[in-house]
Design a protein around this ligand. Structure first.
Ligand code: GBH
Length: 490
């Protein structure tokens, strides 16, 4: 049976690498094992269990702290070309500061890296995927400008440990989620609900901290090891609700993407001018004398500009934007509205859902987002560092396969038609894991993890067979979508 869109054979070029992604807090468990310090997620799940579906915690999670050999085994059986994982800051530096390095923590990642290399899988490290050591949070976390140096110190320790074996790095995963979910609506750790200053301070410091880590790599490690480093942005594509909302959509794109990318990738650096303007206007109207969006000095702009060797993009969702009606705008919460822009976000027509109700699925968005990025920031290399579908867990996850097929088709069009340089693609996620507030009820893994089993057994879903076939044939065609053939591909 030939599905119309797939009667063609979409080939992926050799430069395009296939991978999978995870993050430390979501998979490792071992939350206090072998000298690990406490981080903001440990603290939140323990102090406010009611915030989490089923009172879930990441205390054990998929137990990758103990079962990493199996993670490597399944990565190898999939044929992954790279595996993106993150380092738990407090596992390496229990207090957050470099006065004491936890040997067992350092060894954990070192063993993982060596095992991946033995299988011919490139290890790809994210320095920070949201698990801030509590000591640093108690000093203000991402609202304290000193975090820029503290993050730099942490980065230097990690580079010193692993830079000899790591060719690709990300500093921070999704500053938008850290700042807007962590400090604005405060639904994520550290659970700070301060909509006026905190998210904007966080945004500025995250950009500076990223730049600091980039500069340290660039001057102290690149000459010897020659790796590449960037920051992963969560890019939520914005469409106008109606044609008359086109101007607002432009502003919305600068708000969602530009706030975290303009300073790094644009020619002039700093905040997107349109966002600077709107934030200043709002701040005056709210009775402040300065903009709530903290300004960059010229020196800071120069420091941040150009600090990325490629553009890393996590893509899940698209929203439409329109002006809010009176009384309709509440707060920045689960992307229903953007109070700073007086705008309401809604799922696009023809979008659909997995089990997550906060991420409407809209495959065209991934391509349009990349076209926008190329137009605004030039012909930069793009690596898609996350893309994934939420299910309730069945092994026959044909909806997930359909999701990957539709998104990879758009990725292929972006390469062929729009001539965008896409050099990598990672599925989120290799295995089921702690899905933040959703706990273990929402599954992103192409491998199932049995969370009732003390051994946390991993089992491939149909999508794992699909992905293995795709990686092997490097083509999107009917072979990898044929249910009978799928069974044999692992
Ligand atoms: C990515 O963020 C993250 O990098 C990854 O850690 C995460 O597992 C993955 O998405 C899937 O969500 O329902 O209140 O828990 C993308 C942004 C942040 C969007 C969490 C969905 C769920 C909010 N995601 N959000 S909630």
């Amino acid at each position: 049976l030939c599905r119309v869109s797939l009667c063609i054979n979409l080939k992926f070029p050799p430069l395009f690498k296939f991978g999978a992604a995870t993050s430390s807090y979501q998979i490792e468990g071992g939350w206090d094992a072998d000298g690990k310090g406490e981080n903001v997620w440990d603290r939140l799940v323990h102090s406010k269990p009611e915030l989490f579906n089923g009172n879930a915690t990441g205390d054990v999670a998929a137990n990758s702290f103990h079962k990493w050999r199996e993670d490597v085994k399944i990565a190898a059986e999939l044929g992954l070309q790279f595996y993106r994982f993150s380092i738990s800051w407090a596992r390496i530096l229990p207090t957050g500061f470099p006065n004491k390095i936890n040997k067992a923590g350092a060894k954990y990642y070192s063993d993982l890296i060596d095992a991946l290399l033995d299988e011919g899988i490139a290890p790809f490290i994210t320095l920070y995927h949201w698990d801030l050591p509590v000591k640093i949070q108690d000093l203000g976390g991402w609202t304290n400008p000193l975090i820029v140096n503290w993050f730099g110190d942490y980065a230097r320790v990690v580079y010193s440990l692993y830079a000899d074996r790591i060719k690709t790095w990300l500093t921070i995963n999704e500053a938008i989620i850290i700042c807007d979910y962590g400090y604005n609506s405060g639904v994520f750790a550290p659970n700070v609900k301060e909509q006026i200053f905190a998210p904007n301070l966080c945004n500025k410091h995250a950009l500076l901290a990223h730049a600091k880590a980039y500069r340290i790599y660039d001057t102290e490690f690149r000459p010897k090891f020659n790796g590449r480093i960037s920051i992963a942005n969560n890019l939520i594509w914005i469409e106008p609700r109606t044609p008359k909302d086109e101007e607002l959509a432009k502003l919305g794109r600068e708000y969602m993407a530009g706030r975290f990318a303009h300073a790094i990738f644009s020619k002039n650096g700093g905040w997107p001018p349109s966002i600077e303007k709107v934030m200043f206007k709002n701040s005056l109207a709210q009775g402040f004398t300065h903009s709530r969006l903290p300004a960059f000095t010229e020196e800071e702009k120069e420091f941040i500009k150009g600090t990325a060797d490629f553009l890393a993009m996590n893509y899940y969702t698209t929203y439409t934007i329109r002006p809010g009606k009176k009384g309709e705008i509440t707060e920045f919460l689960f992307l229903k509205s953007l109070p700073d822009l007086d705008a309401v976000l809604e799922p696009p027509p023809n979008s659909y859902y997995g089990v997550s109700r906060v991420m409407p699925i809209y495959p065209q968005g991934i391509r349009r987002q990349m076209v926008w990025l190329k137009k605004h920031y030039g012909d930069v290399d793009i690596v898609i560092t996350e893309n994934g579908y939420s299910s309730s867990g069945q092994l026959d996850d044909y909806n997930r396969i359909d999701y990957y097929e539709k998104h990879l088709e758009q990725v292929h069009l972006a390469m062929e038609v729009d001539k965008i340089n896409i050099t990598g693609y990672a599925v989120w996620s290799l295995i089921d894991n702690f899905e933040w507030l959703d706990g273990y009820s929402t599954k992103f893994g192409i491998y199932d993890v049995d969370f009732k089993d003390p051994d946390r057994r991993r089992t491939p879903r149909a999508s794992a067979h699909f992905y293995a076939c795709l990686i092997k044939t490097r083509a999107l065609n009917n072979t990898c979508l044929n249910k009978d053939l799928l069974a044999d591909s692992l």
